[in-house]
Write a protein that binds this ligand. Structure first.
Ligand code: CP
Ligand code: NVA
Length: 302
């Protein structure tokens, strides 16, 4: 594996290689027997806000022996229109790896191609692979694994996190149900492709979707870059809140997960959030461990 650009591009074997190493990273934090990024310099190039992704990559790169710089696209010439191809060729001459959060998936792919350095997708409009890998690590810890289980994604079924879940379902053996209002359901072409190997059910009724589900998962209703659509999105998704009644309709003991940040009173109630806070913050912490695994697996060997 040279880059981590999407869940779509990962094989089942690659997913398990990352998850195994993520567990080791977690178990050996602070006493790793090798530092795969020793002497390396990585950059985080972000065009969107971030708390978890930024902190976990900055900490993770340092814990693996590397140094790291954070570059907001507003502060570099990329933000003034310098082409991604040129930015990538410059950075490829100087850096050992890049972690990119941006809008277009094609920008991450073009950066990887032109820079020739290990490149990680830290969220695009299409995918959030690092998030789903940390989520899978969390589900392994709590339920022993996702395979044979039912994961129910509720809310914006067309968002990046939902799409990465769709590709996870295409690679691993679990049932993914997506409850989303019309207009916010996954693209038919993506579903058609993923359904060749995955079990994915899309419906409009959240009560029906959560019946027997082992994991209830949600994300913000207004993703970054969609702020102008906020009023319409909040109206359409209001019936898709994870509240006590919805949790009651799921399998007893079902996990409640959220990639965070969470908007209480919108996609999740305050009560449900606090009841499941231990899971939610384990999930957030696992971003660090899963991403350290990714970094080790794609880092250039010196
Ligand atoms: N879940 C996630 O990616 O959070 P941040 O936007 O804070 O990085
Ligand atoms: N779907 C959200 C995820 C945030 C981590 C967004 O893109 O804003």
């Amino acid at each position: 594996m040279k880059h981590l650009l999407s869940m779509e591009s990962l094989t089942r074997e690659a997913i398990y290689e990352i998850l195994e190493l993520a567990d080791t990273m977690k178990a050996t934090r602070g006493r790793h027997d090798k530092l795969p990024l020793q002497g390396q310099c990585w950059a985080l190039i972000f065009s969107k806000s971030s708390t978890r992704t930024r902190v976990s990559f900055e900490v993770g790169i340092r814990e693996l022996g590397g140094s790291v710089m954070f570059l907001s696209s507003a502060d570099i010439q990329l933000g003034r229109g310098e082409p991604i191809e040129d930015t990538a060729r410059v950075m490829g001459r100087m850096l050992d790896g890049a972690v990119i959060r941006t809008f277009l998936q094609s920008d991450v792919e073009v950066f990887a191609e032109y820079s020739q350095i290990p490149t990680i997708n830290a969220l695009t409009d299409d995918e959030h692979p690092c998030q789903i890998l940390a989520d899978l690590q969390t589900i392994r810890e709590k339920l022993g694994g996702v395979e044979g289980r039912t994961v129910c994604f509720i809310g914006d079924g067309a968002c990046n996190v939902a799409r990465s879940w769709i590709w996870a379902a295409a690679r691993l053996d679990f049932e993914l149900r997506i409850a989303a209002p019309a207009g916010y359901q996954p693209e038919p072409a993506i579903l058609e492709q993923a359904a060749k190997t995955g079990r994915i059910i899309v419906c409009e009724d959240p009560q029906e979707a959560v019946h027997g589900a082992d994991v209830l998962y949600t994300d913000v209703w207004v993703s970054m870059g969609r702020e102008e659509e906020a009023a319409e999105r909040l109206r359409a998704m209001a019936p898709y809140q994870i509240n006590e009644a919805l949790v009651e309709a799921a399998e007893p003991g079902a996990l409640v997960m959220h990639c965070l940040p969470a908007y209480r009173g919108k996609e999740i109630t305050s009560e449900v959030f606090e009841t499941h806070a231990a899971t939610l913050f384990d999930q957030a912490e696992n971003r660090l461990h899963a991403q350290k695994a990714i970094l080790q697996l794609i880092a250039r060997r010196s």
